[in-house]
Design a binder for this molecule. Structure first.
Ligand SMILES: *Cc1c(COP(=O)(O)O)cnc(C)c1O
Length: 391
């Protein structure tokens, strides 16, 4: 059985390793999240927004030409068609409703590429709540269109000026803010990372993906269970959502695809399951890329969403126990997969998602197998990178 325990562990991974000053905030959330999320009133509001605002259920599309190419039956779970262009909105809708029920009036978030920042700014506008997004100054320059989007949605984007001025520095600033504003502020984390209960609550919000998949697969193939589910893993939230209702179905292969950047051992990679060792990052015990004396190694990937030095504790557990298989995909392999999907299916995927698609090149399936790829997001945001590689 794969399940989280009372203290927030999946096997040996997880928990809540936080400074004493954060205890009241995290404890308040831990004590209340399950009751709130399971209440009828919450479920009604969450489900209605997923349907009418986000556009759920997302289609499960049988990709005929992709299937012919890989000699197996490939289905795409179309999170790219959801509002704001990716799965991230499922989580921010859920957390904003939690924040409201905890009477928080001020929302903070951290963002790297800006995708989680945009999804957070979106739900704050929807609910009329103050929104402050911390973002490394370097990332603000690299991701200027997302900074503009957040501002248009009414959020304040605050630059993180310390360290390398990227995601981990933005995370530190957000945590500092939360410590200083414990009563009125809710911190929306963007993936299945962070101290317990965040990995669990984010996985539950994203689990709508596999909930729908089961119904759609039964309708379209006659069985709820596919042979395999393939998803890319940055922190791991889209994969957690796609795997969730199959965690305890051992005949369904779960395939987690990481970014190998310029090559797993090139020194420019984010292949945490291969390069990572046990340690603590952002409040939980998991696998992370670190030096022997515990300094975090800067990750690299062409895709900003996979450019993270850790993985969520659920995935560390799934990989360590053999329940999930990890595949590493380079920048070049991801780019090829993105161009292939564009040209044979007419769908331009996000660069993150392209890693999951590229795994089809290396995996082997039977012709009768049903393989679901979680199409986590669309590629509009990555056009600049694609244009650089157009041939
Ligand atoms: C952010 C992002 C990811 C990576 O985040 P996870 O938490 O691992 O899902 C993957 N795909 C897209 C489109 C994203 O925006």
């Amino acid at each position: 059985m794969v399940a989280i325990d009372e203290r927030g562990y999946y096997g040996e991974f997880g928990g809540a390793y936080i400074p004493e000053m954060l205890h009241p905030n995290v404890e308040e959330l831990r004590e209340n999240y399950l009751n709130i999320m399971q209440s009828d009133d919450f479920q009604q509001e969450f489900r209605l927004l997923l349907k009418d605002y986000v556009g759920r259920p997302s289609p499960l599309y049988f990709a005929k030409r992709l299937s012919e190419r890989y000699h197996t039956r490939v289905f795409l779970k179309r999170e790219d068609l959801m509002h704001t262009g990716a799965h991230k909105i499922n989580n921010t809708i859920g957390q904003i409703l939690l924040a409201k029920r905890l009477n928080k009036k001020r929302i903070i978030a951290e963002t790297g590429a800006g995708q989680h920042g945009v999804a957070t700014a979106t739900v704050c506008a929807l609910m009329g709540l103050e929104c402050i997004v911390y973002m490394g100054r370097v990332d603000m320059e690299r991701q200027a269109p997302n900074v503009a989007r957040m501002r248009m949605l009414g959020a304040e984007v605050r630059p993180a000026l310390s360290g390398s001025q990227t995601l981990k520095d933005a995370t530190n600033e957000a945590i500092r803010d939360w410590i200083n504003n414990p009563d009125n502020t809710y911190y929306i984390i963007g993936s299945v990372v962070g101290p317990h209960p965040y990995p669990d609550l984010v996985a539950r919000f994203q689990s709508v993906i596999s909930e729908e998949m089961k119904i759609q697969l039964l309708e379209q193939t006659g069985s709820e269970n596919p042979a395999a589910i393939v998803a890319c893993v940055g922190g791991g939230s889209n994969a957690a959502g796609a795997f969730y209702h199959y965690l305890n179905a051992p005949n369904v292969r779960l395939i987690a695809v990481e970014a190998a950047g310029k090559g797993v051992y090139s020194g420019h990679s984010a292949a945490t399951s291969v390069l990572g060792t046990k340690g603590i990052i952002h409040g939980s015990r998991t696998l992370l890329m670190q030096t022997e004396d515990g300094q975090i190694v800067e990750p690299y990937s062409i895709s900003a969403g996979l450019d993270y030095p850790g993985i969520g504790p659920l995935h560390a557990h799934l990989i360590a126990t053999g329940r999930a298989e990890a595949v590493s995909i380079t920048d070049d392999e991801a780019l090829s997969a993105a161009f292939l999907l564009a040209r044979i299916e007419g769908i331009i995927p996000a660069l993150e998602t392209a890693h999951a698609l590229a795994a089809l090149e290396t995996l082997r399936f039977q012709e009768s197998d049903v393989v679901v790829v979680n199409l986590s997001g669309r590629g509009d945001k990555d056009l600049a990178a694609y244009i650089d590689h157009l041939t």
